[in-house]
Ligand binder design. Structure first.
Ligand SMILES: NC(=O)c1ccc[n+]([C@@H]2O[C@H](COP(=O)([O-])OP(=O)(O)OC[C@H]3O[C@@H](n4cnc5c(N)ncnc54)[C@H](OP(=O)(O)O)[C@@H]3O)[C@@H](O)[C@H]2O)c1
Length: 317
């Protein structure tokens, strides 16, 4: 929540002050802008967390220091507390917002075009995590042209994008076999897919589960194993899609998609309303691993960066 100090509302947000790991984050006070025409201000009840949050300020070659200090957080859920002219929302509306900049905050002002009613069946922490993983999964299924009757392998089926893929592929009528650690097999099964352990012998295990073969491979992991197994099982490279194995996609002639490429960006923007509708109807859910107080964002990011968060994470102001 925003703090009241000397009768004034004080808002806080996390900012990366350098490139590096969670240790470069600082919780700063800031003046959240009043919403202009077509904008709404949201009192954040939960900030969704994605690996991209940490990648945005990770150290590495060719980083542009002019982007620092950098706000963090790409999606939120909360309650509208001020509206600009023509925004189409009212104070008190429960909403979610995607493609925001600086969601790790107590309040945020955003374009109303990126704001949607919160699906009733999701709590704030779940709803804050619906759009980015959901739109990514929708983009992967669209790009790989998955249709009813297809058999699909999903690498990283227990992850955030993975479980959204399982749910959306099932709605399309596809059969899914998904790789995961054994401790996450129940989650994969809960979404109607067949779990399989990744690691040595993966291609053979997958062949045994679906001897008739695989129509498409969707990779959320980006390992050489995921690329090799996909190439081994799916002959049509236009039906192998990764969101994390860019170098192998380029080298081996399969597809990589990301939110910054114009085609994917447009598709993902368009898909958000449908995702909200699916969640509203109870057809799409967001398994949550745990929540952290906003003040503990660095610890939450450490867990996320470990690669096995066990579901979605959210920060609660
Ligand atoms: N290009 C894009 O548009 C886009 C969009 C969203 C995300 N991404 C990227 O996609 C990746 C996944 O994102 P996410 O949000 O789904 O992450 P996540 O929720 O942290 O899930 C990661 C999953 O990877 C699995 N995993 C970890 N190590 C593995 C290995 N060696 N082999 C196979 N599976 C392994 C884990 O499964 P177990 O715990 O069961 O082992 C875990 O479920 C991240 O790199 C993210 O940055 C890209």
């Amino acid at each position: 929540m925003s703090r009241i100090e000397k009768g004034r509302v004080v808002d806080r947000r996390w900012v990366a002050t350098a490139f590096g790991g969670p240790e470069v984050l600082e919780l700063q006070t800031f003046a959240v802008p009043e919403p202009g025409p077509g904008e709404v201000r949201i009192a954040v009840r939960a900030a969704g967390m994605n690996p991209a949050d940490a990648k945005g300020f990770a150290a590495g070659p060719g980083k542009d220091p002019s982007v620092l200090p950098k706000v963090i957080g790409l999606e939120v859920a909360g309650v509208v507390d001020a509206v600009g002219a023509g925004a189409g929302f009212e104070v008190g509306d429960e909403v979610i917002a995607g493609q925001v900049r600086g969601g790790y905050a107590t309040r945020i002002t955003v374009p109303a075009a990126d704001v949607f009613p919160k699906p009733a069946g999701l709590d704030f922490a779940q709803a804050a995590n619906l759009l980015l993983a959901g739109a990514t999964a929708a983009d992967m299924l669209h790009t790989s042209a998955v249709v009813s009757g297809d058999t699909v392998v999903v690498h990283g089926a227990s992850g955030a994008v993975g479980v959204s893929l399982l749910q959306q592929a099932r709605l399309l009528g596809a059969r899914v076999v998904g790789t995961a650690s054994e401790r996450n097999f129940e989650r994969v099964k809960a979404f109607g897919a067949t779990p399989v352990r990744y690691g040595e012998g993966l291609a053979e295990r997958l062949r045994q589960i679906a001897p008739q073969g695989y129509d498409a491979a969707l990779d959320t992991v980006g390992t050489d194993e995921a690329a090799d197994v996909s190439l081994n099982l799916v002959s049509d490279r236009s039906r192998i899609v990764t969101i994390a194995g860019w170098a192998r996609a380029e080298r081996d002639g399969f597809l990589a998609v990301g939110g910054t490429t114009p085609q994917s960006r447009e598709f993902r923007e368009r898909s958000r309303r449908a995702l909200v509708k699916l969640a509203d109807a109870g057809d799409l859910t967001v398994p949550l691993a745990r929540t952290f107080p906003l003040d503990e964002a660095p610890a939450a990011l450490e867990l996320l960066l470990g690669g096995h968060p066990g579901g979605k994470l959210a920060l609660i102001p």
